[in-house]
Design a binder for this molecule. Structure first.
Ligand SMILES: *[C@@H]1O[C@H](CO)[C@@H](O)[C@H](O)[C@H]1NC(C)=O
Ligand SMILES: *[C@@H]1O[C@H](CO)[C@@H](O)[C@H](O)[C@H]1NC(C)=O
Ligand SMILES: *[C@@H]1O[C@H](CO)[C@@H](O)[C@H](O)[C@H]1NC(C)=O
Ligand SMILES: *[C@@H]1O[C@H](CO)[C@@H](O)[C@H](O)[C@H]1NC(C)=O
Ligand SMILES: *[C@@H]1O[C@H](CO)[C@@H](O)[C@H](O)[C@H]1NC(C)=O
Ligand SMILES: *[C@@H]1O[C@H](CO)[C@@H](O)[C@H](O)[C@H]1NC(C)=O
Ligand SMILES: *[C@@H]1O[C@H](CO)[C@@H](O)[C@H](O)[C@H]1NC(C)=O
Length: 561
C-alpha cells in the first residue's frame, strides 16, 4: 500500500525509518497492492476461474476464521478486468455430510448453453468408520444463472457425484479439472491421484455431468512423482497467442497437462480424443520431472479460457515464506499471482510462454527509462527518479559479441543450488548481472534477480537466478534462492527481464516469459517509499543495459460488493 506523501506521513515515515517499524506496521506494509488477496485470513489454491456475462470470477481456498489452513471454504470475488476485484459472500462452505471438513479445490465448466457449474472435492469421513477421512467429488450450480455475479451456489442433491474407485486410496482423490467434450460428445474430466507413488491423472467420462464413469486407463501417469494435485489440462494453438476453449482439438492444437507435485510441472503433448491418449512431445520432460511454470513460490495453479479477450489465463497460489506464527500475527497469509497469459513457445513447440496480462498497463503511473548504460566490472547504480514497492520493470541487457563464460555444469537438479551458492555477491565472468529490487539505500537489504552465462557440458546456458539471501534483516524466513537455466541460442544478443514488484512479492518473467520466478520477501528497511532499484554487474566482462523502463504502479482497492 503506497503511503500518500503528505507532510505528516512523510515525517512519520522518517521517524519509523530511524526507529524501525513495529511488527504490526511492517505486516501491513508487506500486504500487496495489486495482487489478489482476501480481506483477511488464510488463502491457498485458486479455484474455478471463469469469465461469465461481463465478469471474471475467481474462487479460492479460504479459511474464513484464521490465518492458518483449515475450515476450507470457497471464497469468491469478481472483476471486470482481472485487476480490480470485489469480494462477494462465500460460494461454498463445508455444510454437507460429504464436505463437512472442507470444500477443496475444483474447477468451473460451462455446460449445455453456457451455464456454469462447479465441481469440487468434498473432504469428509466414512459414515461407517468416522476416523477415516475421504475425498469425493461434488457438483454445485448457480441458484440463479441470470445473476452475472453468481452470488449463490446450490449443491446438487445427487452429491457426491464421484467417489474413489476400487484400488485408489480415497485420501488421494481430488481436484477435478474443467471438463471438456470429446469426439463422441461425452464430457471428460481429470481427477488427481497416486498409486504406489505413481502420479495419476484419472480420466472420467459422462453424458449428463452427474453420472461419471472411470476411463479404462488414466489419461496420463508418471512413476515416482507422487500425488498429482490440481491437474489442469487445456489446448493451445500451435501457432499464435490466442486461447482455445477447453474442448478444442485438431491438428493445429497441442495440449498442456499441468500437475502440482511439490512444484507446478507441465508437459506439452498431443491428445487424441477417440482413444483418450496423451503423448508428450518430449518424453524426458514429462509431468512431474520436466518443466515448471515457475521456479519460485508458485503452486496449485489453474488456467481458464477467457472468451472476453480470446486468450488463456493462468493464476497460481503464492504462499508465504515466513513462519506460521508470523502469519497469525499478520492476520493474513498468501496471495494469488498476477494473472498471466499463456501460449505455446513457437521456438520449441514443447514449452509455453507466460506474460502478465496487458491490464497491468492500466496501473502504470510515473515512468523512468534509460538507454545504453554500460556496466563495467563490479558496477552498481541506483535507478534515480523512481522509488517504492509497487513497480513494473522491463530491462534488456545486451551481451558482448564475444561470449566468455565460466565452466559450470548445470542441470535441472543443480541449478537452484548453483544460483544460491554462487549468488549475486561474488565476482563472476559474464554475470552475475541484473537488478536489485526492494533494496535499501545502504544495500543491506536487497532482492537480486540476475543472469549468469555459463559453459555447461551441453552448451552455453543462461542461468536465471533470484537471490533472497539479503532480502530482509529478519532471520526467521525461508530465503532459499531460486533459479533455472535456459540454452543460449546462437545469435541471441539480448537478455530480457520483466518484473512485477509488489511489497512482499517479486514476480519475474525472464527471457520473454520462458523462465518465471516468484518470490516472497519481507524487508524491514527497504519498504514502501524507502525501496530502491539498482542495476549491477558483478562479472569481469562489461555488459550494456540497452533499455530499462520502470513504472510505478497504482494501488488496487479490493472492496466488498
Ligand atoms: C474450524 O475447524 C475446527 C477443527 O477443524 C473446528 O474445531 C472449528 O469449530 C471450526 N470453526 C468453525 C468456525 O467452523
Ligand atoms: C501397487 O502396489 C500393489 C501392491 O504391491 C500392487 O498390487 C498394484 O498392482 C500396484 N499398482 C500399480 C499401478 O503398479
Ligand atoms: C470450442 O471451440 C471449438 C473450436 O473453435 C468450437 O467448435 C466449439 O463450438 C467451442 N465450444 C464452446 C463450448 O464454445
Ligand atoms: C490412439 O489413436 C491414435 C490415432 O489413431 C494412435 O496414433 C495412437 O497410437 C492411439 N493410442 C493408443 C494408446 O491406443
Ligand atoms: C507454505 O509456506 C510455509 C512456510 O511459510 C511452509 O511451511 C509450507 O509448507 C508451504 N506450503 C506449501 C504447500 O508449499
Ligand atoms: C512448431 O510448429 C509449427 C506449426 O506446425 C511449425 O511451423 C514450426 O516449425 C514448429 N517449430 C519447431 C521448433 O518445431
Ligand atoms: C558484487 O560482489 C561483491 C564482492 O563479492 C559483493 O560485495 C557485492 O555485494 C556484489 N554485488 C551484488 C549486487 O550482489
Amino acid at each position: 500500500m503506497a503511503v500518500p506523501c503528505i507532510f505528516l506521513l512523510c515525517v512519520s515515515t522518517l521517524y519509523y525509518y530511524i526507529f524501525f517499524f513495529s511488527p504490526s506496521e511492517l505486516h501491513q506494509l508487506h500486504r500487496t497492492a495489486f495482487h489478489f488477496q482476501p480481506s483477511k485470513n488464510w488463502m491457498n489454491d485458486p479455484n474455478g476461474p471463469m469469465f461469465y456475462r461481463g465478469y471474471y470470477h475467481l474462487f479460492y481456498q479460504w479459511n474464513p476464521y484464521a490465518a492458518v489452513w483449515g475450515n476450507i471454504s470457497w471464497g469468491h470475488a469478481v472483476s471486470k478486468d482481472l485487476v480490480h476485484w470485489h469480494h462477494l459472500e462465500v460460494a461454498l462452505a463445508p455444510d454437507q455430510w460429504y464436505d463437512m471438513y472442507g470444500c477443496w479445490s475444483g474447477s468451473a465448466t460451462f455446460v449445455n448453453d453456457g451455464k456454469p457449474v462447479l465441481v469440487y472435492t468434498g473432504w469428509s469421513n466414512v459414515p461407517s468408520s468416522p476416523d477415516r477421512k475421504v475425498q469425493m467429488q461434488a457438483l454445485a450450480m448457480p441458484a440463479d444463472h441470470e445473476d452475472p455475479l453468481l452470488r449463490k451456489w446450490v449443491k446438487a442433491p445427487q452429491n457426491p457425484i464421484v467417489t474413489a474407485p476400487e484400488g485408489i486410496d480415497s485420501n488421494f482423490f481430488r481436484d477435478p479439472t474443467t471438463a471438456w467434450v470429446g469426439e463422441d460428445g461425452k464430457w471428460r474430466m481429470l481427477i488427481g491421484s497416486q498409486e504406489n507413488m505413481t502420479g495419476l491423472a484419472l480420466l472420467y467420462t459422462s453424458s449428463d455431468f452427474l453420472t461419471w464413469k472411470r476411463g479404462s486407463a488414466p489419461l496420463h501417469s508418471v512413476d515416482s512423482t507422487g500425488m498429482w494435485e490440481c491437474p489442469d489440462f487445456y489446448p493451445v494453438p500451435l501457432l499464435g497467442k490466442h486461447g482455445l476453449n477447453t474442448s478444442s482439438n485438431g491438428k493445429d492444437v497441442m495440449h498442456v497437462l499441468k500437475v502440482s507435485c511439490v512444484y507446478d510441472y507441465y508437459v506439452v503433448g498431443t491428445y487424441v480424443t477417440s482413444n483418450d491418449s496423451f503423448t508428450p512431445v518430449q518424453a524426458d520432460l514429462d509431468a512431474g520431472i520436466g518443466l515448471r511454470y515457475d521456479y519460485g513460490k508458485y503452486y496449485a495453479s489453474k488456467s481458464f479460457y477467457d472468451g472476453n479477450k480470446n486468450r488463456r489465463i493462468l493464476i497460481g497460489w503464492v504462499n508465504e515464506s515466513d513462519a506460521e506464527k508470523a502469519d497469525i500475527a499478520k492476520g493474513w497469509a498468501s496471495v494469488q499471482s498476477f494473472p498471466r497469459m499463456v501460449w505455446l513457445d513457437p521456438h520449441t513447440n514443447y514449452s509455453i510462454l507466460q506474460w502478465p496480462i496487458e491490464e497491468v498497463e492500466s496501473l502504470r503511473k510515473t515512468k523512468v527509462s534509460l538507454e545504453s548504460l554500460p556496466l563495467g566490472k563490479e558496477a552498481i547504480m541506483q535507478v534515480k527518479g523512481i522509488k517504492g514497492a509497487q513497480l513494473e520493470i522491463d530491462v534488456d541487457f545486451q551481451l558482448p559479441e564475444q561470449i566468455q563464460a565460466e565452466a559450470i555444469d548445470v542441470s535441472a537438479s543443480n541449478v537452484e543450488l548453483i544460483c544460491s551458492e554462487k549468488g549475486a555477491s561474488r565476482i563472476g565472468v559474464l554475470g552475475p548481472f541484473g537488478l536489485l529490487v526492494l533494496a535499501s539505500d545502504d544495500l543491506v537489504e536487497q532482492t537480486a534477480i540476475f543472469f549468469v552465462i555459463v559453459q555447461s557440458k551441453d552448451g552455453l546456458k543462461v542461468l536465471v537466478c533470484s537471490d533472497q539471501s539479503r532480502s530482509s534483516l529478519e532471520t526467521n524466513l525461508d530465503k532459499t534462492s531460486y533459479g533455472s537455466s535456459y540454452s543460449l541460442k546462437g545469435g541471441q544478443t539480448y537478455l530480457n527481464l520483466h518484473i512485477l514488484v509488489d511489497h512482499s512479492v517479486v514476480e519475474t518473467f525472464a527471457l520473454g516469459g520462458r523462465v518465471c520466478i516468484t518470490c516472497r520477501v519481507y524487508p524491514t528497511k527497504a519498504i514502501d517509499q524507502a525501496a530502491r532499484v539498482f542495476v549491477f554487474n558483478n562479472g569481469t566482462v562489461p555488459v550494456l543495459v540497452k533499455n530499462l523502463v520502470i513504472w510505478e504502479l497504482a494501488d488496487v482497492l479490493i472492496d466488498t460488493l
